[in-house]
Write a protein that binds this ligand. Sequence first.
Ligand code: FE2
Ligand code: FE2
Length: 384
Amino acid sequence: MREKPTVLFVDDEPHVLIGLRRILATRCGHWDFRFLSDPRRALDLILGGEVDVVVTDIRMPEMDGFALLKAVRSNEATQDMPVTFLTGCLEDDVKRRALDQGATDLLNKPIVPEELVARIASMLRLRHYQDQLKGLNHTLEERVRSRTEELDRARLDIIWRLAKAGEYQDEETGGHVVRVGCYCRLLAEQIGMNRTFVEAIFLTSPLHDIGKIGVPDHILLKPDTLTPEEHKIMETHCRIGEKILVEEAQGMRPFLQWRDQTRSLGEMGSQHLFLAMAGDIARAHHERWDGSGYPFQLQGDQIPLAARIVYLADMFDALGSDRPYKQAYPHDKVMSIMHEEFQSDAFDPMVYTAFQAVSERMRQVREDIADEGRPHAGDDSSFM
Ligand SMILES: [Fe+2]
Ligand SMILES: [Fe+2]
């Protein structure tokens, strides 16, 4: 509401407006008044935000008071504006209809000046409270939004730190897990997955190798090619990761149940999806579409979609990154190796098609997110 509130009077009879003007001129220097005989012009003024409260006649040609009220109530910006009807015919059914349709108040003609001033004052008070309430609601929404953002940031922070912990021993190139998250988000969006899935894969794919913290150092850090036995041990990082992310989390159940009493089911549902996807990815991110991957030789649709996406994203990043045994391949070579892999049935065709559509953007991600650390000794592209 403006500092000097504006009251609009609408009446098709000029002598009524003249009478109102005379009554108010001597009484209310702290308010501004507008007087209009054309309700359509009045509506323009109201919708234009130029008035604070409205007093209107009911019976007017072309647009009556009810039509004016309806137009005001159906506009989001003016729907709460106090509107009082001023009329000479206050039969019961007119009164009822007026209140049903949202009139704030009703005033009889002939006008009693003191009553008119008191009603205007009460409309303006109402308007003032409405403005205060809107301000409070806005502040509250802002607080909720910033608190949610804070929680999201904290969650993201924990995930990145956990992912970093996973690659700390491994000393895999620094930006790898961050890039994998970004690639997966691009691929999932391109496939047409919903927002929840896209956000979940963005947040959980960086944890794909978390299980490497359970692989002995002499194997993880071995500078030479692994023996078949060592390879078998290395493969356990998939199951260890799944255990950490899913099974170990079961131990937290009593704590979660206690905490979740105050949380909505929707939130708990997304938490569940989140952990389930993280577990799927850890377990199956080395499975190939043709069933020749590991650790379970899953095939086709047996491999969770999120893991099929991570498998491709992880390989794309490894090929384009420096490793102890090779320099990063140029993008053209990366693309041709990816195509060969596709032809040998490594990838879900749907994921590969999405990859073809977003590969340029993935290449951009690789350029934007550089490696901070040095490539580690003993990695093997099959353990990307
Ligand atoms: Fe891995
Ligand atoms: Fe990886």
